[in-house]
Ligand binder design. Structure first.
Ligand SMILES: [Cu+2]
Length: 293
């Protein structure tokens, strides 16, 4: 029972908050309420009180049962808001990975390394088509193993840009305390810094269709040297490893491609705006409507 072993600073902070503040507070409050109820049931039972008390107010008790919960909430608020603030103030990113949810698999893009991966769940041997890759023990547990893991270096601050190609998904890895909605048309940002090498599993956390339960996530945290080898093996390049004659050109090209992807016909974004204005400015519809009543 309990929370998965946390391998990020945020995860450890959150798990500590859960283990040392929330759980003790919940346990103590539950036991106090239980004890009070048992005491009241026994002490004020009808048989022991033939003449009922007419008490309706007790100022001291009322002040106590108002102040004590307020104090508990204040005590909880301090670490809670600190955790929230830390989650939303990431250190400078060493690495950016764009995570795209699809029905029903994930794609991972490393824009600074020129790598794009498609990550599908590995089928079991009994379900795999002839010649197709199936899950082995080395890949991980059933329904969590994938053919392409997201690979990141240990100790690096990884910025995740999370979006979706179709419906809402959610990217989450419990051991990182990382979870973010993948919403089509939006770029959501989150981050993690894994401090221990290993393979960490997650899954889609938003009911996204028939195969929602079959789009797991596997993140492999490796040494920086192993990460460089992995980048090379995928035909990618480490940022800065190939000095460019015009350092701005890469960025400009990426932006240009992104814009081109938005409008395959290359039309200017101004045109549709004018069309909309032209339509809404047409007075005929509004003039006719009273007569049509
Ligand atoms: Cu999904």
């Amino acid at each position: 029972m309990g929370i998965q072993d946390q391998v990020t600073p945020i995860g450890r902070e959150a798990a500590g908050f859960h283990d040392y503040i929330l759980m003790p507070a919940i346990t103590i409050i539950t036991l106090i309420v239980l004890a009070l109820m048992i005491y009241v049931i026994l002490r004020y039972r009808r048989a022991a009180n033939p003449v009922p008390s007419r008490t309706t107010h007790h100022t001291l008790v009322e002040v106590i049962w108002t102040l004590v919960p307020v104090l508990i909430l204040i005590v909880i608020a301090v670490p809670s808001i600190r955790l929230l603030a830390n989650q939303y103030s990431p250190p400078n990113a060493d690495l950016t990975v764009k995570v795209i949810g699809n029905q029903w698999y994930w794609t991972y893009e490393y824009p600074d390394h020129g790598i794009e991966l498609t990550s599908n769940m590995l089928p079991e041997q009994r379900d795999a088509q002839a010649g197709a890759r199936f899950r082995t023990a080395a890949d991980g547990p059933e329904q969590l193993a994938v053919d392409e893991r997201m690979v990141v270096p240990v100790g690096a601050t990884v910025k995740l840009i999370v979006t979706s190609a179709d419906v809402i998904h959610a990217f989450g890895v419990p051991a990182f305390w990382t979870k973010m909605d993948a919403v089509p048309g939006r770029l959501n940002e989150t981050w993690f810094r894994a401090e221990r090498e290993g393979v960490y599993f997650g899954m889609c956390y938003e009911l996204c269709g028939a195969r929602h339960g079959y789009m797991p996530i596997a993140v492999e945290v490796v040494s920086p040297a192993a990460f460089q080898r992995w980048v090379a093996s995928r035909g990618g390049t480490m940022p800065g490893s190939q000095p460019n004659a015009n350092p701005d050109s890469t960025q400009a090209n990426t932006l240009g491609n992104a814009l081109a992807a938005e409008r395959p016909d290359g039309s200017e974004p101004v045109e549709p705006t004018n069309e909309i204005q032209a339509t809404t400015n047409q007075p005929t519809v509004r003039e006719r409507s009273p007569a049509g009543m």
